[in-house]
Design a protein around this ligand. Structure first.
Ligand code: ARG
Length: 563
């Protein structure tokens, strides 16, 4: 049992004795270093109304009843009870709990989750629009694994029919060479064709649209040219997706796009129609009414011409997953724009009786400050910002900020780490402001700041590699108290982050630890300390190195060898 758990039980016992109250919640927070004590609880303040006394009086009574408990207790402010714990007790607790898996827990053992990300659309090159789905979905996987879950990852590609028809027509008209066509050509073809189709529709014509449909029919009837084009386009697009994901350091176990679930989805629509869950409109389209689930807009499940929709394939996909992977939870890492869609989807799933805990892990947009000084969704003069452009630019900045002599591997780790960390700094539900001056800085809440702290730890360990440690049983650990306290919090942070996929708690933790370590080695000699202190401090640096790397790893951030 941890020191604080033990102390919590003692307080609960005393409260029961004094006021006859059972199982009162007792929480502890760390106390800033300029205040007496190490931990603090506000339990006396929370009991005031129930007990009918003022908080300071309650705090006094509790402290009196705890006399002889072995901790230094004081009252602070309106009635906080501050607890002073010795550095040595903190060390003993860390040493006792330490293992190669420190931070992990087994709460999810036996449970299966699917984390779905980045779910890009094959018709377009990878843009910054799919940065957050990738980084957040990957972190969800890592955090669940640290809590004992088995996690299957899946890239739910947007690859249903229409892009092919559009590409085929656009490609034919473009006169581009089959063997030389790139993902960027395909992206441009798609954008241009979409605009042309829109213009055509506005004029009341449909020649181009018919041509697109013809190619789709050709593909359905297995026309050899259509098959050849379709396979080639998909290959180009996937190779690009994989390359960008590789640069971002993310990958998925499965890659089952929307196209895999068209048939399954359509069959399910028929089934639920016959069971009365869904209804057919006069025009032949199928809806799922959701009034009973507090949503007054029904979900459109199939078009009037019988064609599948986004919702149809999502239904098919959910059934497939439940039947084949048996997940307890499915996490969809998708932006806030699709919030209402997922509310409808999950309500529909409940209505038809699909038993799985669906979770939309949503987040805000990536914004920038426009030249006019306005905050707006990130874009470039050409339109969307491509992920490769962003990464190239990040690497350039890292080279400029951190020197030419870093090797390419390390530059890449710092560039990607900086971008990812900026994604996790704040609650994911808020938008990110992409501010390169902050993101790539070595100071402040940045990825490079945390990475640098970790590099320094490794350096200290390397420098002392030949030192033979000695017994440090009598060391007092007074200077190490704050670092020890932060290290002791790690398992709690890992467990807490999994509750609502709050990755900012891990980023905040990594930053707090990095900051405290900087403070620590500014004032505490390590390599030049006498043998006992040196041994004890190296023990701690080793543990801090492990925890900081592990926290960053949960966010998908690697630490470079040099900085
Ligand atoms: N491809 C979609 C998009 O980029 C995201 C897919 C999300 N996942 C899902 N199961 N609907 O908007």
């Amino acid at each position: 049992m941890s020191i604080m758990d033990n102390f919590k039980e003692q307080i609960q016992r005393v409260i029961k004795g004094l006021y006859g109250l059972d199982d009162v919640t007792v929480d502890f927070a760390s106390v800033p270093s300029d205040i007496e004590g190490d931990y603090s609880t506000n339990v006396a303040m929370r009991l005031a109304r129930q007990v009918g006394k003022n908080p300071r009086q309650i705090a006094e009574e509790i402290i009196q009843a705890l006399e002889g408990c072995g901790y230094g207790l004081t009252i602070a402010g309106p009635g906080f009870i501050n607890i002073a714990v010795s550095g040595k007790a903190l060390y003993e607790q860390l040493a006792e709990n330490w293992s190669d898996n420190y931070g992990n827990n087994l709460s999810g053992v036996g449970k299966i989750a699917i984390s779905e990300f980045p779910s890009t659309n094959i018709a377009k090159p990878y843009s910054v629009g799919h940065l957050r789905p990738g980084t957040q979905g990957w972190a969800a996987k890592k955090v669940l694994e640290a809590n004992g879950w088995k996690v299957v990852t899946d890239n739910h590609l947007g690859d249903v029919g229409t892009p092919f028809g559009i590409w085929a027509v656009g490609f034919k008209r473009s006169g581009l060479d089959f063997n030389a066509v790139t993902v960027y050509d395909l992206g441009n073809i798609y954008i241009k064709m979409k605009a042309d189709l829109k213009a055509e529709e506005a004029e009341g014509k449909h020649e181009l649209a018919d041509e697109v449909q013809d190619w789709l029919l050709k593909l359905e009837s297995r026309d050899p040219e259509a098959i050849k084009l379709s396979e080639h386009f998909k290959e180009i697009s996937l190779a690009h997706t994989h390359e960008v994901m590789g640069r971002l350091g993310i990958s998925t176990d499965l890659e089952m796009g929307e196209s895999c679930f068209v048939e399954r989805g359509k069959d399910a629509v028929l089934e639920y129609l016959s069971k009365g869950y869904f209804e057919k409109n006069e025009d032949g389209s199928v809806i799922c009414p959701l009034d009973d689930y507090g949503i007054d807009v029904p979900m459109l499940m199939q078009k009037s011409n019988g064609a599948a929709l986004y919702a149809t394939t999502d239904l098919g996909c959910m059934l497939y997953r439940v039947e084949n992977i048996h997940p307890d939870k499915i996490i969809y890492a998708v932006g806030a724009e699709q919030k209402f869609y997922f509310e409808q989807l999950f309500a529909m799933a409940k209505k038809v009786g699909i038993e799985v805990d669906n979770y939309h892990m949503w987040f805000g947009t990536i914004d920038q400050i426009s030249p006019e000084g306005k905050r707006e969704k990130m874009s470039s003069r050409k339109g969307v910002v491509l992920m490769e452009e962003l990464l190239d630019d990040a690497e350039k900045r890292v080279r400029e900020n951190f020197g030419e002599n870093l090797n390419d591997e390390d530059i890449k780790k710092i560039a990607v780490g900086a971008i990812k960390f900026s994604d996790f700094v704040a609650d994911r539900k808020t938008g990110i402001l992409y501010d390169p001056d902050k993101i790539f800085a070595l100071a402040g809440q940045s990825g490079p700041f945390c990475q640098y702290a970790s590099v320094r730890l490794s350096k200290i360990l390397q420098k002392n590699a030949d030192f033979k440690t000695v017994e440090f049983a009598d060391y007092d650990w007074n200077e190490e108290k704050t670092v020890l306290q932060i290290l002791l919090k790690f398992p709690e942070v890992v467990a807490g982050a999994a509750e609502n996929f709050e990755m900012h708690k891990i980023a905040g933790y990594a930053f707090e630890l990095a900051q405290e370590l900087n403070r620590y080695y500014e004032k505490t000699p390590i390599s030049s300390a006498e043998d006992e202190a040196r041994s004890a401090r190296l023990w701690l640096i080793d543990k801090a190195d492990f925890v900081l790397k592990r926290a960053l790893d949960l966010l998908g951030i690697e630490v470079p060898g040099q900085m």
